[in-house]
Write a protein that binds this ligand. Structure first.
Ligand code: G6P
Length: 369
């Protein structure tokens, strides 16, 4: 087992550190920064149909659902197609409205999650086009899909998803580029810029992983918290949800993810000097708003851990601790901001002595309902 872990203490840490490579593998042969194009052979035949869809319904569970939520933000922005994101278990039982020609995007690492599988079977019967984003080649969801894109992250052993999630995000970004271009809703300049920036992600992830020791120190500092709040806005809202989920799964600390502004409608009541609040506060079009949310937490003496962009001089004056990320376009930034969240959850789980690769009560793949 030690050999399988490639010198790392746990599969989860190995898989977190594999991400520069797995994201690179996911982009390879599809995204060409020199030529300035993205080609997804898996969906080529359906690209026109997808771009003409009246709506896209995303179906997933768990971490894959968070990838789906980010897909909603990105696809609506770049492709101007209305998107709905559904929990598979809810969708399948409520007599869902599906029109012929609707595109169902099913996101699943394993390709075997029972609820996701049945939900797309139902939608398929009603005439939807099924687009699968799956990691396991030849899995049930892959076989049921009309068209799709594999994430190519390699086998993921850690129960809490890490590298499969970032590969899902990379695929989603590429799909949005292909469809936005096909549809003409994405300018050629923006298309080229996002391609260039996506190609730079593996190197940027490497830089973030170099901060592993300082994130481990943060974990020591905050490991005894009983609760934690994760806040973000816009493209970083799904990342806040995913950060909270990771912490819950691995460290058993109760954590909630919220849109930063929405915290005023509830979670702010929980803020005291013992509550760590993780802000995803990278430089984007929401930044000033996030800064004012940070001020609101600081005024109530919450402990702020801010994930920020290099060059941000304001956030460090409000935060107790910061993790600094390389700059990136706001559409690409979630691929970076999610990395420190994974490391933080991992190190807190390890510091508390838990089996981070096999958290209690959780299964890698939920093949029964
Ligand atoms: C389980 C796993 C999660 C995963 C979810 C969905 O809960 O523990 O890591 O996100 O299932 O799995 P899928 O294979 O469909 O992405």
């Amino acid at each position: 087992a030690a050999i399988e872990k490639g010198g790392y203490d746990h599969f989860m840490l190995k898989e977190i550190f594999e991400q520069p490579q797995t994201i690179f593998d996911c982009l390879r042969g599809r995204l060409d920064a020199e030529q300035g194009h993205v080609v997804l052979s898996g969906i080529q035949k359906y690209a026109t149909q997808i771009s003409e869809a009246h709506r896209i319904i995303i179906i997933a569970c768990g971490t894959s659902w968070h990838a789906g939520l980010l897909a909603e933000y990105i696809i609506e922005e770049l492709c101007r197609i209305p998107v709905e994101v559904e929990y598979a278990s809810e969708f399948r039982y409520r007599n869902p409205i599906v029109h012929k020609g609707d595109v169902i995007m099913a996101i699943s690492q394993s390709g075997e999650t029972a609820d996701t599988l049945v939900a797309i079977e139902k939608a398929k019967e009603q005439g939807a086009i099924i687009l699968g984003i799956v990691n396991v080649v030849g899995s049930s969801i892959a076989r049921l899909s009309h068209t799709g894109v594999y994430t190519h992250a390699g086998p993921e052993i850690g129960v809490a998803s890490t590298k499969a999630f970032t590969a899902q995000l990379a695929v989603i970004m590429m799909i949005a580029l292909v469809i936005g271009k096909e549809k003409g809703t994405l300018s050629h300049d923006k298309y080229l810029q996002l391609i260039r920036e996506l190609a730079e992600v593996p190197e940027k992830v490497k830089l973030i992983l170099q901060q592993n020791d300082s994130i481990k120190a943060l974990a020591e500092k905050y490991k005894d918290a009983t609760d934690a709040l994760y806040l973000g806005r816009g493209y970083n809202f799904p990342i806040a949800l995913e950060g909270a989920l990771k912490l819950k799964e691995i460290s058993y600390i109760h954590a909630e993810g919220y849109p930063a502004a929405e915290m005023k409608h509830g979670p702010i009541a929980l803020v005291t000097e013992t509550l760590p609040v993780v802000f995803v506060a990278t430089k984007d079009s929401y930044h000033e708003k996030v800064i004012s949310n940070m001020q609101e937490i600081k005024a109530r003496k919450g402990k702020i851990i801010a994930i920020i962009t290099e060059g941000d001089l304001v956030s460090p004056t409000l935060a107790d601790d910061v993790v600094i990320l390389p700059p990136a376009d706001e559409i690409i930034a979630p691929l970076l901001s999610t990395i420190p969240m994974q490391l933080l959850a991992y190190h807190i789980g390890v510091a508390k002595g838990y089996d981070v690769d096999k958290p209690r009560n959780l299964a890698k793949s939920v093949t029964v309902e």
